[in-house]
Design a protein around this ligand. Structure first.
Ligand SMILES: [Zn+2]
Length: 95
């Protein structure tokens, strides 16, 4: 990015270390200043009916200063240390 990034919670320019799983997710809410909400769909089998049901989990993720995300975009998120009460993931890159 051309812009200078001074965010210490940036996985590229800051001191934040990403560890654990890296997963793809879809941005469903990006109105907060440094955060976004992402959704990860998954499929669960229902034994009783022998069919599958859709489930989804929503996560709060940190958006580094050098990144701008919009709702509907696909991003890759990585697990990191706890950044706030509800945030322990950060956006690594766009997909
Ligand atoms: Zn950065």
């Amino acid at each position: 990015m051309v812009e200078e990034c001074s965010d210490p919670k940036c996985p590229v320019h800051g001191a934040l270390r990403v560890r654990g799983t890296v997963r793809q997710a879809k941005v469903v809410r990006s109105k907060e200043r440094n955060s976004a909400t992402v959704e990860i769909p998954r499929i669960q089998k229902v034994r009783k009916y022998g069919r599958f049901e859709k489930r989804r989990s929503r996560l709060h993720v940190h958006v580094p200063k050098c990144m701008k995300v919009e709702e509907g975009e696909s991003v890759e998120i990585g697990e990191c240390r706890k950044l706030s009460k509800t945030k322990s993931h950060v956006i690594v890159k766009k997909v």
